[in-house]
Design a protein around this ligand. Structure first.
Ligand code: SAH
Length: 259
């Protein structure tokens, strides 16, 4: 074999390698582009549901900063592996322990209603998967989130840390009592339903602050409500939308009938 033939062969081998490499890169990149399209579909579905519910909510579009926050958080990281193909669907999904990750539209609506500003400190009751906390953390300076199921609190905390969130504090506990040491909060999100707004949460809401929570019968009619603290001794509430949430559990909720 003369030098020219060796050179030609080497050239052919190199060319084949380059082809394989670019094919491999394409295959590896596919989930990414797939994810982008799915995320786009999720945002479109949120917009459509927002328009379809305007007669209840008076909200025509979700604010741009909330849509941007939603586009930054990969929902696929927060759902169990067996639901991964459904991660961007506009519906709730089971996350174990009888709990769910909320529907993306509901996360968008609740976050929109809080009108989060960059300096705000937010409290969430019901960490679940950690998805809502991550979306809020894209907009706020700090997010405090309480979860009653220890295993969920731990896995959400681990996941959020691995994703680089340094402004989210996760605590295991009964969120009925809020997070007194870190109060007052500029916004409070409650992602489990109770017959009333826990009085402790109202006390931990700053003047001008907003609280969003589903209120009603855990097995029946529930309404998402928006409470605004107008002054230290006055709050006002507004009905937003009929919804369906998992029930608030723990000892606190049982004290409801005691007052
Ligand atoms: N925000 C979550 C969805 C949570 S579902 C997400 O983005 O994935 C409601 C969660 O509230 C469940 O995980 C449930 O365990 C929790 N929960 C119920 N009662 C609670 C209580 N008293 N205190 C704290 N968390 C509670």
């Amino acid at each position: 074999m003369n030098l020219e033939t060796v050179g030609k062969r080497l050239y052919l081998i190199a060319l084949t390698l380059v082809c394989y490499l670019s094919l491999a890169t394409e295959i590896l990149a596919e989930p990414q582009s797939l994810k982008k399209q799915e995320l786009k579909n999720m945002l479109t579905a949120i917009e459509k549901t927002t328009q379809a519910t305007t007669s209840y909510t008076d909200i025509e579009t979700i604010s741009l900063d909330v849509m941007e926050a939603l586009s930054k958080v990969n929902r696929a990281k927060f759902v169990p592996n067996h639901s991964i193909n459904d991660a961007f669907g506009n519906h709730p999904l089971r996350i174990g322990y009888g709990q769910t990750i909320s529907q993306p539209f509901i996360v968008a609506l609740m976050t929109h209603l809080l009108e989060i500003k960059p300096d705000d400190r937010i409290l969430e009751i019901g960490t679940g998967s950690g998805y809502q906390a991550a979306v809020a953390a894209e907009l706020a300076s700090e997010v405090y989130t309480v979860e009653i199921v220890e295993e969920l609190a731990h896995s959400a905390d681990k996941l959020l840390k691995s994703m680089g969130y340094t402004n989210i504090l996760v605590k295991t506990g009964d969120g009925w009592y809020g997070w007194q040491d870190a109060a007052p909060f500029d916004g409070i999100l409650v992602t489990a339903v109770a017959a009333e707004v826990p009085p402790q949460l109202l006390n931990q809401l700053a003047v001008g602050g907003k609280l969003v929570m589903p209120v009603g019968d855990p097995a029946g009619i529930q309404e998402l409500i928006l409470v605004t603290r107008n002054s230290s001794d006055e709050t006002s509430a507004k009905d937003i939308l009929p919804v369906r949430f998992v029930p608030m559990t723990g000892k606190g909720v049982l004290t409801l009938g005691e007052r």
